[in-house]
Design a protein around this ligand. Sequence first.
Ligand code: DP6
Length: 321
Amino acid sequence: MKSTALAHPNIALIKYWGNRDHDLRIPVNGSFSMNLEGLSAKTQVVFNESLREDKLILNKKAISGAGLVRVSQILDEVRLKANVNLFAEVVSENNFPTGAGIASSAAAFSALALSASKAAGLELDEKELSILARHGSGSACRSVPSGFVEWTNGETDKNSYSFSLAPPEHWDLADCIAVVSGDHKEIGSTQGHRIAETSPLQAARVADAPRRIEICREAILKRDFETFASIVEQDSDLMHAVMMTSNPALFYWHPSTLHVMKSVRTWRRQGVPVCYTIDAGPNVHVITLKEKMNEVKEKLDSLDGVQKTLTATVGGAARLI
Ligand code: DP6
């Protein structure tokens, strides 16, 4: 009873921030993302009679406490569905640095959903896998399908899931991740979702989400970079406005974050196809066309405050290996 899966992290183009149900991770608004090729989490699950409890080894380190509890909850769900009564050892490894502004939980829980269900003998379809991954980390449901992915918020556990809007080859985009700090953030996204509604701006952000979703979907389908750039930046800025005005206030940006954002806007005015988007941290994801990836990486590397720039193209679905 053993299986290994690989999944890519994803970058949100329209952000998930706030839940209608925190335990089930049913979000208050739909979101969009693209998977990041070249960056991945590999997760092996073995159900074994000799184990007396679940075990988690993440990047070669044994993890206990909250991290293990979160993984065991997914294993419990799988055990119940598959009628399996064994503990499991989960060994997961990322090929990208932690603290680089890439949500490792998305790739890890997506790979876990696939490997654990397979190891237990279940044959879940993409929708069921995405719902299972969502229970571990909301954004993980978007790492299950391929390429450009939409997560419909839904109102119940069963209708909040992700599907592919277009395969990776639909549009040759790239993500240049400007790392300005590797510090561990004090307040992570799980807690952030819980306080989102303390911001008076959250209701307006959520009410306007269907408009942004629609514009982003059309821009992706038509490969319209200009429209895409302005809606992606507006959506990211709206989320950060909510973060900054929630209680407690979450200021993820560093001075160099703003420096990168302003530089990106200047480059775009000069004709370079670039836009920025920022998750719950200070590092900046700069989206561009694949053919411009190396040029944009060089530009970012030359900015004051940028420690390094990671690059990724658009990635495929979670898969067994
Ligand atoms: C800012 O999926 O990391 O990256 O469900 O608690 O694991 P949990 O939260 P998570 O939240 C992601 C927040 C975000 C935006 C996004 O990815 O859509």
